[in-house]
Design a protein around this ligand. Structure first.
Ligand code: ISL
Length: 586
């Protein structure tokens, strides 16, 4: 897009406070996107060299996972300097160039904001841990050992809470004879948001980035920042072991107050921005509060309902098979709940989740069909869709069969803990093959050359061998490909107001595996019908209102008219949409 047109588009958007209703966001996980210097790790120059891929896809916003200085205990979600770029990824000047190049294409940039915790190597924490009377002592959560226990020995942890990454949330610190809290890795100490100096420092840093030209933030685990300050023990699990302390830190007592304060201090008086809170465990009622514009907190949140559906009774790494219909039911619940004041983020994938075509689709028998069906039903809902790198070409889970293949701290900790509990390596690896975050982190498959065109060096995490078959190069310009389908479905949101602003109603199609819904805006109506199963299924129901509608997208051969298309069983993973409109742009 010529610079003037890009500028016009950006400023036109800025004029409408909720411009993000018609936007599509693309997430880049820089480590795995594109390497430019042959060290095997993706970097900012690499992202810059691939910006046209995003522009061609038609996305409006680039969310960049953390590129800040970091010891990389959790791939950058452990930040040691919020105002600099890690040398692994490049320099601040590279980032400025990327922001400018994105803006020149009409693409906005969202930074990851990780402020529930810092790295233990952040100067704030280095000071905090140096002595009990350091002025920054209270910037983190320090607690003495449990009375009656030998400090630093098992059982002396101040509470019984379990970390997201296995083991206790408490780390013993010899220097001052106290423990510090870390909900994630021990190298990710939690900041104490009760302390107003902490909040001021965070807001100042956020303003610094906005002044530098970024267009908003994706706020990492933002619903964990407020804790119940006396940090009580959680009820002990029946089988022993660490307890779930989430009641004391998910959606804590001062959360909304902190978010409103942040909004006032950082966002008030600025326009054209987008904010999305990552909120694991959030309920629909809470999500309504976060996203009610009148409350001025965040524009939207990432909820976790659908990505928790397949977690088994034994947890994430012991998944269960979903019944056809469960995914659609979950999406419908959220669409209905946030219909009036709230706003949904729509996602199937990110850097923490297994690949959707492997997890929710059928990557063996109906790889192309299921990847495109999932794209269709997601993007045509009400909300702001997110595409995670590689999703747009149907990248699949990694075929890792050996613990040495894994890199993610969550997976490695889980493996060690499971084996210590007596689980077999094979069974543990099976759970990881299905659910490990490394599934999402294998390098983007650009083409069929060495290392899929990701690097000229040795990739930090192995490239999926199916790059010979699944790549951007193999799909670009190819009719019916997953990539072309994503381009088409993204364009529908930009071209038709009903996709951005219409109401959502699920329609009864007789079979729970059929996800049928309509979107309505004035005289414009959009009907979406998909078979989310690997068997042919009948879609029954009354679709007569769409008798004259025009088909605007389909992932398999189907008669053009709704009533003809639905008169026969829908093929496995068939998905299509029809538009009925007084508007000529159909
Ligand atoms: O993926 C998860 C474990 O199964 C989630 O619990 C995940 O840790 C949670 O969604 C929070 O994620 C975010 O914060 C983490 C970081 O590791 C993730 O990459 C990030 O998306 C800590 O900063």
């Amino acid at each position: 897009m010529p610079r003037d047109a890009a500028d016009d588009r950006l400023s036109a958007w800025a004029a409408r406070p909720d411009w993000w209703r018609r936007a599509v966001v693309y997430q880049v996980y820089p480590r795995s996107f594109q390497d430019s210097d042959g060290d095997g790790v993706g970097d900012l120059r690499g992202v810059l060299s691939r910006l046209d891929h995003l522009a061609d896809l038609g996305v409006d916003v680039l969310w960049l996972s953390p590129i800040y200085r970091s010891p990389h205990a959790d791939n950058g979600y452990d930040i040691s300097d919020y105002r600099d770029v890690d040398p692994l990824f490049g320099t601040l000047a590279d980032l400025d160039d990327l922001i400018a190049a994105a803006h020149a294409r009409g693409i906005r940039i969202v930074m990851d904001l990780v402020v529930n915790h810092t790295s233990d190597e952040h100067p704030w924490f280095v000071e905090s841990r140096s002595s009990r009377d350091n002025p920054k002592r209270d910037w983190y959560w320090w607690r003495p050992p449990r009375p009656g226990h030998d400090p630093g020995t098992p059982g002396a942890e101040p509470t019984n809470w379990e970390s997201f990454f296995s083991g206790s949330v408490w780390q013993w610190d010899e220097t001052t004879g106290e423990y510090y809290l870390h909900l994630f890795d021990r190298k990710q100490p939690d900041l104490n948001w009760e302390n107003p100096e902490v909040r001021r420092a965070v807001y100042e840093m956020m303003r610094w980035w906005l002044d530098r030209g970024v267009d908003g933030f994706r706020m990492d685990v933002i619903n964990l920042i407020s804790k119940v300050v006396d940090l009580p023990d959680a009820p002990a699990p029946p089988g022993g072991g660490w307890a779930d302390g989430s009641a004391f830190y998910v959606g804590g007592p001062r959360l909304h107050e902190f978010l409103q304060e942040m909004h006032r201090e950082v966002f008030a008086g600025r326009s054209g921005l987008i904010t999305v809170g990552e909120t694991p465990g959030v309920t629909t009622a809470e999500a309504l509060l976060f996203t009610d514009p009148a409350r001025a907190e965040v524009d939207m949140v990432f909820q976790f309902d659908h990505v928790g559906l397949d977690h088994g009774p034994g947890g994430k790494f012991a998944p269960r098979r979903l019944e056809p219909g469960e995914l659609a039911a979950s999406f419908t619940r959220w669409q209905d709940a946030l219909a009036d004041t709230g706003w949904n983020s729509l996602y199937l994938a990110n850097h923490d989740q297994a690949r959707p075509v492997s997890r929710f689709g059928d990557d063996e028998r109906y790889w192309r069909e299921s990847a495109t069906a999932l794209a269709t039903i997601l993007h045509l809902q009400r909300g702001t869709p997110y595409v995670y790198q590689g999703e747009e070409i149907g990248m699949t889970n990694a075929p890792f069969a050996d613990i040495d293949a894994y890199r993610d701290v969550e997976s490695l900790n889980h493996y060690a803990e499971a084996l210590a509990r007596g689980s077999s390596p094979d069974e543990t690896l099976r759970g990881m093959a299905a659910m490990s975050r490394d599934n999402a982190r294998t390098p983007v498959q650009w083409d069929a050359t060495a290392h899929a065109g990701f690097t000229t060096g040795e990739p930090w995490l192995a490239v999926n061998p199916n790059a010979a078959r699944i790549s951007v190069a193999a799909q670009r310009g190819v009719d019916g490909s997953v990539l072309e389908h994503y381009r088409a479905v993204i364009a529908l949101r930009h071209d038709h107001d009903v996709v951005a602003d219409g109401t959502f109603s699920r329609l009864d199609a007789g079979d729970p595996a059929i996800f049928a819904y309509e979107r309505v805006l004035g005289t414009e109506r959009l009907l979406v019908v998909a078979n989310l199963s690997s068997e042919p299924r009948d879609a029954t129901g009354d679709f007569s209102a769409y008798a004259e509608a025009v088909r605007v997208i389909a992932n398999v051969d189907l008669p053009g008219r709704v009533l003809d298309a639905l008169a026969q069983p829908l093929a496995p993973w068939a998905a299509a949409a029809w538009l009925s409109s007084g508007d000529a742009n159909a």
